[in-house]
Design a protein around this ligand. Structure first.
Ligand code: CFM
Ligand code: HCA
Length: 542
């Protein structure tokens, strides 16, 4: 009933743009798109990965966050030193809830530490290289790690500290792997440039460093899975049950050794394409490891992804085992769905996250019978929205123009292609598509809103006009959404919850969303004087 009077999406778009000056409105109009999937694959064009207009309160983060916080942050045994003011290191220190499980006997878990050079005014004036050298030495003397990574923040690029020269010098002196990332925060238009920088450097300095054989019948890497709220633990459980060997995850619950041996895998399964596609492409070019797109958010999607991995290997033993595992896991999922669906069916959601989750989580909401009426990304590129039709090959994007591109040369003597001609033919006959890459828009219903780089003003307006039953985004949105009386779920950090990936994760998510959409807290939120204004005016004089 509640949704009978909601305005149509065209009116909502108009309302969102109304307050802007003409030039800004014209630009935003290209980033606020009414989805239309009627003609099969052809979706409208959306402008993405462009600079935010100054003055707009964007939800985006910086290049440093994308490099240090996102890609390298979840690795436990590399000492990650932030070269910069203390705030940058502190902000990116585990707020993302990326978890790790170090073996009991190992002391090599540096994630509880925030390493920083704590730059001061005098370092900006006289240069910070000496301080960086001292920090690397101190970290080495204290922890004796196998690797140290250095991350540049905005001032480093501005004053010209040569972090790569420092890395080379200290690598030679200490005899451990030391490498640096020129990921100054201002370098791109968002976190996205940081992903690219991280991908390039981890590929150049670590992948392929360790040839100690990795054993296993079906060896895969999981790319773009960061173990937020324990997601990777659930996927490790499921893969192990299937008999699939996980050589490495980039980079949830990962170690240096995982990255260094990643070139030995037979297949790369890519979860978050946005953040790690560059590594997938480079591994394919250099080592002949093909990649496929998977999605382990949602029980049906998890089953589909497992089947796809099994189909790639084409081994009956694995195909059968995967079916057995799915059959074992699904009853609990169906039971949970039966319980939550009477409460969730027909409800609406809005999803605004970084560059891939708003796409993946739609599957979970669909399983619960909920409709996503508006969704968008902070920093996705057009291919993440529109899907295959704009699938890029590896290239330097506008926002990562300062990145040194690395040379990738296939070495056929050392790295034979992973599949025989015959196998490839079989796969083609079975209709197997390697880069079967769906975007957000082809998957969403028509007459929904797709909004790139949503800002505070538009978020408030959207809620006011469309009143979703749940709003999913991050910490910057959280409290203003709740103040408007709408249940809010963080899809970045999962608040205090998770895992939400895989089969057990799906059950957790259903339960959590049911709790949120049935919660009385939100309908009781109005202060008494808002509901009965006369109360505040009653004053009795004795
Ligand atoms: Fe990929 Fe991510 Fe995301 Fe991302 Fe992120 Fe994240 Fe995200 Mo926050 S790597 S693009 S840069 S799925 S940290 S685990 S939740 S914005 S949608
Ligand atoms: C980042 C990390 C972030 C922020 C989340 C949020 C994450 O982009 O720097 O805004 O709540 O997932 O931790 O995306």
């Amino acid at each position: 009933l509640k949704h009978k009077s909601i305005p149509d999406v065209a009116t909502v778009k108009e309302e969102l743009l109304k307050k802007y000056p003409t030039k800004v409105a014209r630009k935003r109009a290209k980033q606020i798109v009414i989805n239309d999937v009627k003609d099969g694959d052809v979706v409208p064009e959306v402008q993405a990965n462009v600079r935010t207009t100054p003055g707009i309160i964007t939800m985006r983060g910086c290049t440093y966050a994308g490099c240090k916080g996102v890609i390298l942050g979840p690795t436990r045994d590399i000492v990650n030193i932030t070269h910069g003011p203390i705030g940058c290191g502190f902000y990116s220190w585990l707020t993302r809830r990326n978890q790790t499980k170090a073996p009991l006997e190992s002391s090599e878990n540096f994630m509880p530490y925030a390493f920083s050079t704590d730059m001061q005014d005098e370092d900006i004036i006289f240069g910070g290289e000496k301080k960086l050298i001292a920090a690397i030495q101190e970290a080495y003397d204290t922890f004796h790690p196998k690797a140290i990574a250095i991350f540049a923040t905005c001032p480093v690029g501005l004053i010209g500290d040569d972090i790569h020269a420092v890395a080379r010098k200290m690598k030679e002196k200490l005899g451990i792997n030391i490498f640096a990332f020129s990921c100054e925060g201002y370098k791109g238009v968002s976190q996205s440039a940081g992903h690219h920088i991280a991908n390039n450097q981890i590929f150049t300095h670590v992948v392929g460093e360790d040839d100690t054989p990795k054993l296993g019948e079906y060896k895969i890497n999981m790319l773009g899975e960061y173990n937020i709220g324990g997601d990777a633990f659930e996927l490790e459980r499921v893969l192990e049950k299937c008999g699939i060997t996980l050589v490495s995850t980039f980079s949830g619950n990962s170690t240096y050794e995982h990255f260094a041996t990643a070139h030995q895998a037979d297949l790369n399964a890519v979860m978050c394409h946005r953040s790690i596609n560059y590594v997938a492409e480079m591994m394919e070019t250099k080592y002949g490891i093909p990649w496929i797109k998977v999605n382990f958010i949602g029980a049906e999607s998890s089953a589909k992804s497992l089947r796809k991995i099994a189909q790639y290997f084409g081994d009956k033993k694995l195909i059968d085992r995967v079916e057995e595992v799915i059959a074992e896991e699904m009853p609990a999922v169906y039971a949970a769905l039966e319980e939550v669906k009477p409460f969730t069916e027909g409800k609406t959601a809005m999803l605004f996250v970084g560059g891939s989750r708003a796409h993946h989580y739609q599957d979970l909401f669909t399983e619960m019978g909920m409709k996503t009426i508006a969704a968008g990304y902070e920093f996705a590129h057009r291919d993440d929205y529109e899907g295959r039709k704009v699938m890029p090959t590896i290239k330097v994007d506008a926002d990562s123009r300062n990145i040194e591109e690395i040379e990738v040369t296939p070495d056929s003597t050392r790295f034979a292609p992973r599949k025989s001609e015959e196998d490839l033919k079989r796969l083609a006959e079975e209709g197997f598509t390697f880069k079967d890459y769906e975007g957000m828009m082809p998957q969403m219903e028509s007459n929904t809103l797709v909004i790139d780089d949503l800002n505070q003003y538009e978020a408030d307006k959207l809620i006011e006009l469309l009143k979703p039953d749940v709003f999913c985004a991050g910490i910057k949105e959280k409290f203003s959404v709740q103040k408007m009386g709408v249940p809010m779920k963080q899809l970045h950090s999962y608040d205090y919850g998770g895992p939400y990936a895989g089969f057990k994760g799906a059950v957790n998510f259903y339960t959590e969303i049911k709790r949120l959409v049935t919660s009385k807290v939100w309908s009781d939120l109005k202060a008494p004087w808002e509901e009965n204004p006369e109360l505040s005016a009653t004053y009795v004089w004795e």
